[in-house]
Design a protein around this ligand. Sequence first.
Ligand code: 2IT
Length: 445
Amino acid sequence: MNPGISDFMESLKGRTPGEVEFHQAVFEVIDSIWDVYDSNPRYKQAKILERMVEPERTIMFRVPWINDHGDVEINRGYRVEFNSALGPYKGGLRFHKSVTLSILKFLGFEQTFKNSLTTLPMGGGKGGSDFSAKGRSDIEIMRFCQSFMTELFRHIGPNTDVPAGDIGVGGREIGFLFGQYKRIRNEFTGVLTGKGFGWGGSLIRPEATGYGAVYFVQHMLTEIGQQVKGKIFSVSGFGNVAWGAISKINELGGKVVTISGPDGYIYDKDGINGNKVAYLLELRESNNDIVAPFADKFGVEFVPNAKPWEVKVDIALPCATQNELDEEDARILVKNGCQLVAEVSNMGCTADAVNFFIQHHFPFAPGKAANAGGVAVSGLEMSQNSMRYNWTSQEVDKRLHQIMKDIHDTCTTYGRSDNYINYVKGANVGGFVKVAEAMLAQGVV
Ligand code: 2IT
């Protein structure tokens, strides 16, 4: 490893002990952009990288609430306001028992570069809680969301910080959070995105992450002379992101044979289509966080305690969570003839899996490029809220298409070499340069 990179990482680890996911996300970026950084004395002199890895502000707070039995429960709430060089902090809220400061710092750091790639004026942030909806009633979820917002409201605003959904936070939770913000502030503003259509939400926002990822995959396939039509896909997860991706793949003539949950994966050789796709939303709303009921309902195969990457497919799309696809999975996919992997979850692949793909010149897209369609349509929701106007779904979809094409172009501009497009390098350099230039222009702040 380049000594400059190892010194930088050692120093970071010394200041942020134990934050392994954050270290992983930083290393991936530093490794890609080091040559650009090293050869640009302006960046070094202004300590741009050292500043970028330190969030501008980190808020941690107590979230007390009362469950259906009348007992008091306490969760921990967070908002990491990472970087505002390009616009208000922007990024989702994750409610899941695995949430820690390290997880939210990795997500907020990634979000800064992702948002930069979208071409829209958004800084980077992320937040959430170790609260999990699993086994909770809708009323408990509402009480939790209200308590969470009773502290968060003072830190956010339509020109300051605009949260949205992530794992465990969908339309239902955004509704409860928005209602409480509006009540406390006495203001109806675009302070959150992912709102329902009819009360400030954008058409296509629920579908946007999955649709955008499939548009990105279409551009990747064009580069290797292929198309979605006729391809077999494996997808992990069964939430909003998987749902959007599967809908678009079906529309374009591809076939999805897997989905997964914490309990195992579904194999459906006929393809997950028609009312099976709509059922995914019901599964999520049930608050059980398992995928097995899908097999019972549709009479298809359920493979317990396993990941879908062992299935032979043409294209694999991790759509669940970080580090869900490791080097062993990557080797199996490639051995089975897989032709392309795109992360739709954030940091869906381990560092070793990513290295394996790049070393084998295998077409691989990182989440910050492939899944940027979600936050991009959040940016378009902010624009519509500012105008107090709604675009049609065709209008939003057209803009989403253009943004995904622009991100693909940025990746090829910075990542193309002889006969391989390194999308990791392309996305990181492309995202970095814009943020770095804005930080330089704004002085030492
Ligand atoms: O990871 C992500 O980009 C999101 N969860 C969406 C963030 C947003 O502000 O829409």
